[in-house]
Design a protein around this ligand. Sequence first.
Ligand code: NAP
Length: 307
Amino acid sequence: MPEKIALVGIGKIARDQHIPSIHADKDWELAAVASRNASLDGVDNFSSLDELLEKRPDISTISLAIPPQPRFDYAVKALKARRHVMLEKPPGQSLAECFELEKLAKEMGVTLYASWHSRAADCVPDAKDWLAGKTLKSLRITWKEDVRRWHPGQDWIFEPGGMGVFDPGINALSIMTEILPDPVHVQQATLAFPENRDTPIAAQLMFHHSGGAQVTAEFDWLQEGLQSWDIEVETAQGTMKLAMGGSKMFINDELVKEGADHEYANLYRRMAELVQAEESDVDLLPLVHVSDAFALGRRVTVAPFEF
Ligand code: NAP
């Protein structure tokens, strides 16, 4: 019997990825949605999470596809109602929120999954295997995309807690923290804030690496035309590049793997495994690096931004 799941927040990512991925997975039945503005055919529709939790005690799992700012309150309600919870990335607006959710999930005896969709890209496990045991010389993240194309009109992203360019940047950090065997931490950062906004539109990060390798990240949200989601790695034993957000892998400049877009299918597979095993998966390291960049970053003011 498939597990009953409800989706909260019927916005861009819910329509692009969550709904088709849940429908395609035989272990899940999309039983309901909670949305303040939208509705979905073929399932129970509720205008609030409270109503959903009250009227559908048979739904074991709640997936939250809402922005990070309201997510904590929603997650607390679902966990207190003893439902398993899947969080979109980033798992919260702050680390302390996530620690609290982790503790609550444990107390309630339910699963909490802090999902990282980019980490679920096809070539990430291959990159991790390739890097194991090699001597890192450098790792360079280049994540440059067009905010108007991917987040049209989403003002929340420029409001406190929205993270600005770290909303996509944290995807790169979720891959780096998965594939890199060595510890790194942010040493220096420069954050460019549009003069009319509360979160950065560009950022450069420099990390400390235990073996002295040069580890950097460059995030930019004003890239028109070709988009870049690349991680380039140089080791004493050769080079490796993860391109297109982890769906293409090159070794010594030769394309060795080209995957399909399975990220959200993989996330729902993982959630099903976690629920079955009565486990949680809450890795907060990507958010640690973002928090450190905000703590250590030098702030520069740049031109105002309008969608
Ligand atoms: P979105 O379309 O702006 O918002 C998603 C939905 O969340 C909205 O349609 C709304 O749903 C609900 N919502 C918005 N503000 C809310 C509030 N203050 N309180 C309660 N509910 C609220 O955002 P999105 O692009 O789908 O992103 C949502 C999350 O997915 C973010 O954490 C983002 O990082 C992540 N994500 C986005 C993308 C992307 O390409 N956009 C890709 C991967 C991951 P209702 O009207 O149904 O209530």
